[in-house]
Design a protein around this ligand. Structure first.
Ligand code: ARG
Ligand code: ZN
Length: 868
């Protein structure tokens, strides 16, 4: 049941042409396929053809004109083997499938009445027998047949060839001229409204842009359309990539396991990643829509035109595309804030994955179920690896390298190594050590120490790197780590002189050895090191900062990430001493003083950056700093510090809140920034048990003309420990107002599931039987169950262990219907090794209770690896 990279073999057959006909009926769908197969000259000349196929009812099977009988072939639950096939032939096959019974949301399924597909990674084999692997690329033609009048919209990839009615049936014929693997196939049929626009490419071609949704959501597509046009322009300008079909379609569906899918010319989106309206969507959700629209659009080149040879190369398309969407978002919004958000995800989610039982390299070597490898390591760490390459090469060479990559491999299915090879060729740099980032799992730790020699006016930094063992990889090699630094005095960054060479005020050190010392010359006083600027590599660093140094960096550093990181460091120092029961008066005083200074002068800096800087290090990140973390102590320390900051700085917080009031109108970047800072201040103020602050929140809740402010006020009230009655009123009003907007109802679920105090588990259980809850809808599962388990640290880790048991029960149930969702929800339990023995034992017990059940391959892989 394990698939290994080392076992990769080229396909025995190729499929030149794929012709599909779908007959959609109420209770079933018949799929007939005509596959033009030819033997692959590079194969091993196998006599038999082996196709993938799961949960299919085989109705007819023929080769050319010859109907096959049971002695010509054999089926298993996973395969169809046809014996002794010719060199070149057309395979005719009809299968019956049942989309209305498909609760796994993989293959062809129904969502709110419409038909849609999700084929990545291995869903196409639930539609028809096929060589369902990404290195088999074929030209697709699709015919969709349904009762006349049943669906207004019937879509597939590429261009529409004809749309006719005959004998009461509507027949729509699509053709995609670009060869593609089966995972990029898509079909949609439903009664949908469509927003249309046009885009003229840089070479002057007109592209029709269409966003399909339920009629009631049409007014929520304008932002996605604008984002799409921005993404199309950005990819032309930044990567020289132009769109290639006459038509680009997006369809929004309610039930979707992930965010969205880049099917050629026909992207399918979770409604949560495409619909947006100021009244019902927060600023953060707007940015997510822009980012995901960009991501899926960018896949047209990084993924579709150039695709992956096998699923071990998943990061080839995902890492590159996340890097591309991240830069797009940085260009459209605040670059510093985007970098902080990305670094925060790496640190608090990816580092945790990398330190646990599911740790795997960016290019894994084996898997049981590929769906389990759509991870933060493949996506976000993969993007960091591409970012490091881009930084090592610099903008000009990086662009030359991507141009080479796209032209050399256009229409092919290739490997991560092919990508790095292009980087190597154009730059003539030796990237052999760098390649370890793809094969070696685990997070490198950099231990940094320094010394200052006044007589020689020299400052030395010594950097030691070390990567802890991960499952199956015990001995780790030194990586090539681009380490960007600056040195500060009390006013500004100093010129950096290394070996007599002036490098300017910022430089990238190539850390390649287990231990390296760098000497800076002409340094007239001990400087403050500003380390890992821009989060230049996905590594952990430790350096023993003095309080004063951190304060200086917080106030002066011109790298947004480093300012934020210095603040996180200072906050962490306060929190860890609280957790350890040590005296932390000095740290507290330093922290309060510096926040006070920032708040008092908030007009001098980017409000969005300041808002980021005001949030405490999150609990998962704090937990990751311990050998055995006590989640209860971590949560308490955080609350205590929030109480204290609020109490000591209420004047400044309130002032900030009031002053920013008239800067928060509209969807402009400054207005969004002002809202984020103002709402951060409000959240702190609600830590103070005073009527006037509750009234402030109540007022904001009632008067807000945008969802960001309304929801922030609701969260502040719900999270406040002394506002129960007000919070309940607000919750009731919110539901009343928004009960017909599914995505807003999800936020209503989420705020209740993430409340840090009280008997939340009981609330969560009640929400599961609420009229608006639907256990088959992934967004609802995420809003209630994942919110509780992944985003409510205090409650999930209640020392009774009931949170863990609850999650295990839910997973066992969900696994019956939707294994991918069940497996994803399991993640928090896989982190048991991070916690004190008592918590770890309870978490393991919950995992063990699952082994008593009949599990899907998805859940089985995660449970068994976690308990190993
Ligand atoms: N390729 C999609 C994206 O990153 C993700 C789809 C993954 N689907 C899945 N069932 N694992 O945009
Ligand atoms: Zn993607």
């Amino acid at each position: 049941i394990v698939t290994r990279l080392a076992d990769y073999r080229v396909p025995e057959f190729l499929i030149e042409k794929t012709q599909l006909t779908f007959e959609l009926h109420e209770a079933h769908t018949d799929v007939s396929s005509q596959l033009t197969l030819v033997r692959n000259p590079q194969g091993s000349q196998a006599a038999h053809l082996e196709l993938h196929g799961e949960q299919l009812e085989l109705l007819t099977l023929a080769i050319d004109d010859r109907v096959l009988t049971s002695k010509d072939y054999r089926t298993t639950p996973q395969n169809l083997t046809i014996y002794n096939v010719p060199e070149r032939f057309v395979l005719h096959c009809t299968t019956r499938i049942y989309p209305e019974k498909n609760t796994a949301l993989e293959g062809l399924y129904r969502s709110s009445g419409m038909y849609c597909t999700q084929c990545e990674a291995e869903g196409f084999r639930k539609i028809t027998y096929y060589l369902d692997r990404p290195d088999v690329m074929s030209e697709f033609e699709t015919v969709i047949i349904a009762d006349e009048g049943a669906f207004s919209t019937m879509l597939s990839n590429g261009n529409c060839v004809s749309d006719t009615v005959k004998d009461g049936k509507r027949i729509v014929h699509w053709h995609d001229p670009f060869k593609k693997p089966s995972y990029l196939f898509a079909l949609v049929a439903g009664n949908l409204a469509c927003l249309e626009d046009h885009f003229t490419t840089q070479s002057g071609r007109q592209v029709l842009l269409q966003i399909y949704t339920a009629a009631k959501d049409q007014d929520k597509c304008h932002f996605a359309m604008q984002s799409l046009k921005k993404a199309m322009r950005w990819d032309e300008q930044t990567y020289g990539r132009e769109y290639d079909l006459d038509r680009f379609m997006i369809v929004a569906v309610d039930d979707f396991n992930m965010g969205a899918m880049e099917n050629k010319g026909l992207n399918v989106f979770n409604t949560s990643c495409v619909l947006a309206h100021p009244a019902s969507t927060t600023d953060a959700a707007f940015r997510r829509v822009e980012g995901v629209i960009g991501h899926e659009y960018f896949h047209n080149w990084s993924g579709n035109r150039v695709t992956c040879r096998d699923w071990f190369q998943l990061s080839l398309k995902e890492g590159l595309t996340v890097f591309r969407d991240s830069e797009f978002s940085a260009d459209m919004n605040s670059r510093a804030v985007k970098r902080i958000e990305d670094a925060n995800v790496i640190r608090s989610v990816q580092f945790v994955e990398d330190a646990g039982p599911m740790a795997h390299p960016v290019r894994p070597e084996s898997y049981m179920e590929i769906s389990n490898f759509y991870t933060v390591t493949i996506y976000e760490k993969g993007a960091e690896v591409v970012r490091m390459l881009a930084n090592i090469l610099g903008p000009t060479l990086y662009r030359q390298a991507t141009d080479l990559y796209f032209s050399r491999f256009d229409g092919q299915a290739v490997t991560c190594d092919d990508f790095v090879q292009c980087m190597e060729e154009v730059s003539s740099k030796d990237l052999s050590q760098f390649r370890l980032w793809y094969s070696q799992a685990g997070t490198p730790h950099l231990q940094i120490s320094d010394s200052y020699d006044a007589a020689r006016q020299q400052y030395s930094l010594t950097i030691r790197q070390y990567t802890p063992a991960t499952p199956g990889q015990t001995d780790k090699k030194a990586l090539h780590i681009p380490f960007k630094i600056a040195l500060y005095d009390n006013q500004a960054a100093l010129p950096l002189v290394i070996n007599g060479q002036n490098q300017g005020t910022e430089t990238v050190l190539d850390i390649c050895q287990d231990e390296q010392t760098i000497v800076f010359e002409q340094v007239t006083e001990p400087p403050i090191p500003s380390l890992l600027r821009g989060f230049s590599a996905p590594v952990k660093i430790s350096y023993d900062y003095q309080l004063l140094q951190l304060q200086q960096l917080i106030l002066l550093d011109n790298d947004g990430f480093c300012r934020w990181d210095a603040m996180q460091n200072l906050m962490r120092m306060v929190l860890s001493k609280t957790i350890d029961g040590a005296n932390n008066h000095a740290e507290q005083a330093a922290l309060i003083a510096v926040i006070k200074q920032l708040l008092t002068n908030h007009a001098m800096m980017d409000a969005a950056l300041l808002a980021c800087m005001l949030s405490l290090p999150n609990s998962p990140y704090l937990a990751s700093l311990y050998e055995k973390a006590d989640p209860v102590a971590i949560s308490q320390a955080r609350t205590q510090l929030q109480d204290q900051i609020a109490a000591e700085l209420q004047t400044e917080l309130l002032n900030c809140y009031q002053v920013l009031q008239d800067q928060t109108h509209g969807l402009t970047a400054p207005a969004m920034a002002a809202r984020s800072l103002r709402n951060a201040a409000l959240a702190y103020l609600l830590h103070i048990d005073e009527v006037r602050y509750r009234e402030l929140a109540q007022q904001q809740f009632a008067q807000a003309n945008n969802m960001t402010d309304q929801y922030a006020a609701l969260c502040a009230l719900v999270y406040a420990e002394h506002a129960e009655a007000t919070a309940q009123e607000a919750l009731a009003a919110f539901y009343q107002q928004w009960q017909h907007e599914a995505l807003v109802v999800n936020m209503w679920f989420q705020v209740q599931a993430t409340r840090p105090w009280g008997d939340v588990l009981q609330t969560v259980r009640k929400l599961l039987s609420h009229e608006a809850f639907d256990a088959r809808n992934p967004n609802k599962l995420r809003a209630v169950i994942a919110a509780f388990a992944s985003r409510n640290f205090a409650q999930f880790h209640d020392k009774s262990g009931q949170g863990y048991q609850f999650l295990a029960e839910q997973i066992a149930d969900i696994d019956q219907r939707n294994p991918q969702m069940a497996s994803r929800l399991l993640t928090p339990l896989t982190h048991w090794h991070q916690f004190t023995d008592a918590h770890a034992a309870l978490m393991r017990a919950a995992l063990e209770s699952l082994t008593q059940r009949e599990l899907s391959k998805d859940v089985y892989e995660v449970v068994s690896k976690s308990l190993h």
